[in-house]
Ligand binder design. Structure first.
Ligand code: DX5
Ligand code: ZN
Length: 218
């Protein structure tokens, strides 16, 4: 079993003190910081872009895990790479027949890459790009907002994705994103997820070191 990594979603942070939030969440034990980029077109919300990421980059040594919920992501990957992303994930639903070339383009920039699928997209759809990826990200809510309820139908998909990864023989992380709480984190780990995104669950808690530790150890 791969090491469990906790990835607080910065979407739930207080942006009026972004540097401090970033510094604290890192000191509190975040392995990754999950950065949700939304364009108001692929999803019905707008968050932040490369300038914001670049300016908070110096406040953390954690892995910057940039989740692009944008149309035509290939137009922006260089900007996010230059801003300090360590890994960039793009949606299968946003890429069409440009998925494989987009993943390769991210790697060519010296950044790790991954593909994301929405709750209603079957895992089989990404079977032929798994080997190109450093991480597979399964959405357990419809993307757009933090604080939504976990969709349990995604559990069998975690098992399927883990099997695909095992079949590839490659060292690929399996990330789960949306509605993760202390109550369901064990379910997603048992199904095979090893990178756990948690936005509201972490940032709504006063003792963030404790909640990160709990999510890691439960
Ligand atoms: C949803 C985002 C998630 C979200 C997670 O579109 O991709 O990363 O911020 O937040 P919680 O953990 O509150 O569901
Ligand atoms: Zn996300």
């Amino acid at each position: 079993m791969k090491k469990i990594k906790i990835a607080p979603s910065f979407l739930s942070a207080d942006f009026s003190k972004a540097g401090v939030e970033m510094e604290q969440i890192t000191l509190n034990g975040a392995d990754f910081v999950h950065l949700d980029v939304m364009d108001g077109s692929f999803v019905k919300n707008i968050s932040f872009g490369p300038k914001f990421i670049k300016e908070i980059r110096p406040y953390s040594k954690a892995i910057f895990d940039v989740h692009l919920m944008i149309v035509n992501p290939w137009n922006y990957i260089k900007q996010f790479a230059d801003a300090g992303a360590d890994i960039i994930t793009v949606h299968y639903e946003a890429c069409g027949d440009k998925l494989a070339e987009t993943l390769k383009a991210i790697k060519d920039l010296g950044v790790k890459c991954g593909v994301v699928i929405n709750p209603d997209t079957p895992v089989e759809k990404i079977a032929d790009v798994v080997e190109l990826c450093d991480m597979i990200l399964l959405m357990s809510v419809y993307p757009g907002f933090g604080g939504q309820k976990f969709i349990p139908d995604v559990l069998p998909k975690i098992e399927q994705a883990r099997k695909l990864i095992e079949k590839s023989g490659k060292d690929i992380d399996l990330e789960i994103d949306g509605g993760i709480t202390k109550e369901n984190v064990k379910l997603v780990k048992d199904a095979g997820a090893n990178v756990i995104v948690a936005g509201s669950t972490v940032f709504n808690e006063k003792d963030r070191a404790k909640i990160i530790k709990d999510l890691r150890e439960i």
